[in-house]
Design a protein around this ligand. Structure first.
Ligand code: ZN
Length: 421
């Protein structure tokens, strides 16, 4: 058990808890992103349902076969996640080395997304989820072509076409239909599902990024945790433990996922994705390499946006923070300045999948931090950056939670940033 997790020490603790029947019904896996929390939660689900005591990763019992393909009816996932960069990375791996293990890697990366749209948890009268139905049915159709029961497609061009079609559909599914925060209706449906008798030994509900629940959803979830149904295990994951409601924290046992050393991450990338990390890259950077907009373009878009804000503020008679222009100058180089914010959105390919928007805002924050690190920023300048940072925080939720378009959010943000100069 846990053989598929590389160098994650918490697995020893979980293994011991499982072998000694001490595993609690509600757990919180916390730690930074890309440290194996979801992989571990899925492995816990497989182990608990396995019909053999050793519960090896390669076990061929019917339950493990279904769990490895992430298609066991006793497993559900709710919550948001950036799924498509992992799907793209896994697709590239499968295409470069088409074999059983890489096909599973690709299939599992897709299921990690589609499992969040189970008919058991989503309400199709919600427009967002109704939009998911045609995408899901297209994905299922394509998946039949690479089903583990079939021989692997030998024609590389045909395989590439299938993989590309699946990735496109997954991106549409995530961009159009995966809510950033879990709606209360999904928690209510999950509660009903959790009270149904399992097909096998144990049911598992994974609540991914559980800190992103809205208040109503948190309270509804708290009720399930107060009286967890028999045969039910809840695994919550978060990279922001501090954002979890204390009442939820008091009802779960916490398991800390430590940040793995560089050599372990390099091993994950070489062993699982048959690739290698570049200098200074972590696992998240590796996945981001596969996004439709490369990280360098996202950084350029951030510099161009700040340059736009400063130029327009100067036109309004405001003064620019002294350190920032030279930093922007270095990043923009010979690239043309943008005259309209729509130019930024085009550079970011309309911010689809949504993770591109969040990476763009992180790049803006990084630029401000670089300006502070020069040691030459004045107190007034630092005060402006602090206001801007909180505006950037609001811009994440404007798009993710309130469905305001990235362009409208940028327009508002540029005016608000200019006003605070
Ligand atoms: Zn088994």
């Amino acid at each position: 058990m846990f053989e598929n997790l590389i160098d994650q020490g918490v697995c020893d603790l979980l293994r011991s808890d499982i072998q000694n029947s001490r595993l609690p019904p509600s757990m919180l896996f916390y730690g930074r992103e890309a440290q194996g929390k979801l992989t571990c939660a899925l492995e816990v689900a497989r182990i608990l349902s396995c019909e053999r005591t050793e519960a090896l990763w390669t076990c061929d019992c019917p339950s493990c076969v279904l769990h490895r393909a992430l298609s066991h009816p006793d497993l559900l996932i709710i919550g948001s996640r950036d799924c498509t960069s992992e799907i793209r990375a896994a697709g590239a791996t499968f295409l470069s080395k088409p074999q059983a293990s890489t096909r599973y890697l690709f299939l599992r990366s897709i299921r990690k997304l589609t499992l969040r749209f189970s008919g058991q948890t989503v309400n199709t009268d919600d427009a967002r989820f109704a939009r998911a139905i045609p995408h899901l049915s297209d994905i299922e159709e394509y998946l039949e072509e690479i089903d583990p029961s079939r021989p692997i497609e030998g024609d590389t061009t045909k395989l590439e076409k299938i993989i590309k079609a699946i990735i496109d559909k997954c991106e549409k599914l995530e961009s159009d239909s995966l809510p950033e925060s879990i709606p209360v209706s999904q928690i209510r449906n999950a509660s009903t599902w959790s009270r149904l008798v399992p097909y096998g030994k144990q049911k598992v509900l994974i609540v991914d990024n559980a800190d992103r629940m809205q208040e109503g959803a948190r309270n509804a979830f708290l009720k399930i945790l107060e009286e967890p149904p028999e045969h039910m295990v809840f695994v919550l994951t978060t990279s922001r433990r501090g954002a979890m409601l204390p009442t939820i924290l008091s009802r779960v046992r916490t398991y800390a996922f430590v940040e793995r050393p560089d050599k372990s991450l390099a091993l994950v990338v070489s062993r699982v994705f048959h690739d290698s990390l570049r200098d200074g890259e972590n696992l998240g950077d590796f996945f981001n390499r596969f996004l439709p907009v490369d990280p360098a373009t996202i950084r350029l878009a951030a510099a161009l946006f700040l340059d736009y804000v400063l130029r327009h503020a100067l036109d309004r008679g405001k003064s620019s923070p002294p350190c920032l222009p030279s930093i922007l100058e270095a990043d923009i180089g010979s690239n043309a300045r943008v005259e309209a914010l729509s130019g930024i959105i085009s550079l970011l390919q309309k911010c689809r999948p949504p993770v591109i928007w969040r990476l763009f805002l992180s790049s803006l924050t990084a630029l401000l931090q670089r300006s502070i690190r020069t040691g030459q920023a004045t107190a007034a300048e630092i005060a402006v950056y602090s206001q801007w940072t909180s505006l950037l925080g609001e811009s994440v939720s404007a798009v993710d939670t309130y469905n305001i378009t990235p362009l409208a959010t940028l327009e508002r943000l540029s005016v608000a940033m200019g006003d605070s100069l």
